[in-house]
Write a protein that binds this ligand. Structure first.
Ligand code: ATR
Length: 277
């Protein structure tokens, strides 16, 4: 049996088993099974050893271990290295590799949408949690300016520091500015919620976006896909802004992880889309 896992804490909400087991069935990988496992930080080393010993074939890593897993790995792919965030593990030759498929997953969710153009835009990112460096990374080579705000300002500053290293390596000037929580830059082209506020239906970010009223050119993006429409997106829709939730990002990141493990690029078909509804 080839065993795959998603690890995190909490883990009950994860829909990764649904999508990966769907693809395993679709591509007749009859000896494969994908499960979720709630773990503690002290278990990370053992998980990596289970991959090394081939007791587990592939792992997805979710909150809050995307960074904590790194010291136990042998190698990181490019995006994992630059974001210090790993969401996929696989044994390659005799090494356990960490990949970041959130970054290409997020980017693809934007670039595959013909109504969205990410070039030369001003981006406003709310939050500085586990997924945020992957979101920032997507815009580093194309954005005009990136504003980051987080309740705990220090965490946003840390992410700016990390991203500035990538910008220097790219030969780009510093385009990131950290702003105080509760304050806003001038109207941006894309506003992204990467905080966990909204995971519970009645939670609200309590930021005032009145100056975005009737602006259909602006995209409000929430990386949350369950619930389908957070208050952040509902308010944006009622204001007349474009909205997108994290469903396609989730599917694209899962597609890339599946391909890393199996060499099969699974189709994001209607059935896969419906699984998340
Ligand atoms: P972690 O903080 O462990 O990385 P996460 O779920 O990846 O966990 O990130 C949660 C994000 O949502 C953080 O940016 C967090 O802000 P803090 O860094 O200040 O904790 C943000 N967040 C959670 N609850 C919030 C709230 N009530 N108001 C504003 N931001 C909140």
């Amino acid at each position: 049996m080839k065993k795959y896992l998603v690890i995190g804490n909490p883990i009950g909400h994860s829909l990764s088993p649904l999508i990966h087991n769907h693809w395993m069935k679709k591509y007749c990988l009859v000896d494969s099974i994908y499960e979720k496992r709630k773990i503690e930080k002290k278990d990370l080393k053992n998980i990596v050893n289970e991959i090394r010993n081939e007791e587990i074939k592939g792992v997805n890593v979710t909150v809050p271990f995307k960074k904590e897993i790194i010291p136990f790995l042998d190698c990181l792919d490019g995006a994992a290295e630059s974001t210090h965030s790993v969401n996929t593990l696989c044994k390659v030759n005799n090494e356990v590799w960490g990949y970041n498929t959130d970054t290409p997953g997020f980017r693809t969710s934007l670039t595959k949408d013909p109504s969205i153009d990410i070039r030369n835009k001003n981006i406003f990112i709310l939050g500085a949690g586990g997924v945020t460096p992957s979101i920032i990374e997507t815009f580093l080579d194309v954005a005009n300016k990136i504003y980051i705000t987080n309740r705990t300002k220090e965490k946003a500053k840390e992410l700016k520091k990390l991203a500035d290293i990538s910008l220097t390596l790219m030969g780009r000037k510093k385009i990131i500015e950290v702003i105080n929580w509760g304050e806003k830059p001038k109207v941006c082209d894309i506003v992204i919620n990467t905080t966990s506020v909204g995971l519970t239906k009645d939670e609200n970010l309590d930021l005032n976006f009145k100056d975005y009223e009737n602006n259909n050119d602006v995209l409000f993006y929430d990386v949350i896909y369950n619930p389908k429409e957070t208050n952040f997106l509902k308010d944006a829709r009622l204001r007349g802004n474009k909205t997108l939730n994290g469903k396609m990002m989730f599917l694209w990141q899962a597609q890339i992880a599946f391909q890393i493990w199996t060499n099969i690029c699974p189709e994001i078909d209607d059935e896969a889309m419906k699984l998340l509804d």
